[in-house]
Design a protein around this ligand. Sequence first.
Ligand SMILES: *[C@@H]1O[C@H](CO)[C@@H](O)[C@H](O)[C@H]1NC(C)=O
Ligand SMILES: *[C@@H]1O[C@H](CO)[C@@H](O)[C@H](O)[C@H]1NC(C)=O
Ligand SMILES: *[C@@H]1O[C@H](CO)[C@@H](O)[C@H](O)[C@H]1NC(C)=O
Ligand SMILES: *[C@@H]1O[C@H](CO)[C@@H](O)[C@H](O)[C@H]1NC(C)=O
Length: 471
Amino acid sequence: MGSRHYGSVVVVWLVLVVFGGVYGYPVEDLVVRLPGQPKVEFKQFGGYIDVDEKNGRSLFYYFVEGYGDADKLPLALWLNGGPGCSSIGGGAFTELGPFFPRGDGRGLRINHKSWNKASNLLFVESPAGVGWSYSNTSSDYKCGDASTAQDMHIFLMKWFEKYPEHKNKEFFLTGESYAGHYIPQLADVLLQHNEHSTDFKFNIKGVAIGNPLLNLDRDAPAVYEYFWSHGMISDEIFLTITNECDFDDYTFSNPHNVSVKCNEFIEKANEIVGEYINNYDVILDVCYPALVEQELRLRKMATKISVGVDVCMTYERRFYFNLPEVQKALHANRTNLPYSWSMCSSVLDYSDTDGNINILPILRRIMQHKIPVWIFSGDQDSVVPLLGSRTLVRELAHDMKLKTTVPYGVWFYKGQVGGWQIEYGNILTFATVRGAAHMVPYAQPSRALRLFRSFVSGQRLPNTTYPPIDD
Ligand SMILES: *[C@@H]1O[C@H](CO)[C@@H](O)[C@H](O)[C@H]1NC(C)=O
Ligand SMILES: *[C@@H]1O[C@H](CO)[C@@H](O)[C@H](O)[C@H]1NC(C)=O
Ligand SMILES: *[C@@H]1O[C@H](CO)[C@@H](O)[C@H](O)[C@H]1NC(C)=O
Ligand SMILES: *[C@@H]1O[C@H](CO)[C@@H](O)[C@H](O)[C@H]1NC(C)=O
């Protein structure tokens, strides 16, 4: 009895040491409980890291520990794209994080397929001007790929100082869409840091990007091919685009540096596809924002389920994030920004030429450091469709003289096809996720978690299933 009592005193003391900051949990950033949040067993943190004190530039982050023994799990950074869209609104609260907004926008529900079952998760609003990240110097909002990567480098250095127990963990860099630019360029900067640093080095173990913008020469035409293959535009329009458009020098910004006729038909195609389709997942129904606003005002559930997904989730999330008590609980918006929270920034003046950068040479450099690269693709997305990504990955493998190490074929999860995959040189993986959106974990949470688990454990996706289909 006596010794057992003594044991519990020791345990209490150790906990205090951890929380007192000796091992570096910043108590001030601990998020005790979000409004309307179901109870959970893992810790979450929210706060700011200043990246430029002179200008007053500061990035907001949200960090969730993994389920169970968080100490044994790796660390993954997730960035959304845009450029200018929120990783916390997107990744953390509608895709792969531990909570989704509740239908009435006033609380949260558990995401049972959260990626924090496989890893600790760090979400950052990047660059400053996105979400709750800001600068006191408005000219900082004029930025681009290079400055974004530099700021994230400073952010991570300081973040690891704040969370030293994560410093030596296996570190995975992940994101989607325009993070096809952010993540590889960040990896590049961090690897350069490692080369020059005699002190701390980032322990990067993998890069994974979903429906990523990599190079417009393939990613741009893929949009129209996708429209056409899904019956969304006519043969005539597709044939004209195929014949008239030279996508080799296509530019990110309008008018795209293509012929007048090409531009005309691209516009025609977009017109026919129309506004009543979710381009990010062409089989989902659309949500009507005016109806949602009314429902939320009346404290009703705005939830609209299509193919198993709440297609109004983004509006419920916007409502939730604009509640002052939510911002307070997250330690967000500490300078009382003069605008409301929105998924994509309205203050940012992001370079409109950086979108033209070809990312493939950067992926090549990353792999030269023996770091695995995964390109995954939700196959219902028309914005950065698998058609472009698959070709770019093959061309990259060819340029690097990588041999096929897993032939193109299905991968399985729970006895069903999770998607298709191919692997090159034991280092470069392309995998589709069947039935998934541009935001892969949003429409296919189970398959997405399966893919993420394989990725962070350094394993291939399973390519066999049991039992056999014909007995
Ligand atoms: C930005 O301005 C606010 C209000 O003037 C000030 O409190 C803060 O310290 C400044 N710097 C940063 C990094 O927020
Ligand atoms: C526009 O396309 C032409 C070739 O058609 C190319 O020479 C030029 O560099 C392109 N401009 C940009 C900004 O990419
Ligand atoms: C920040 O807080 C102010 C009120 O203090 C609010 O009006 C504004 O909408 C908030 N902005 C964001 C981005 O959360
Ligand atoms: C399954 O993957 C292994 C490598 O992990 C590969 O050798 C094999 O050919 C694949 N099988 C099929 C049917 O694709």
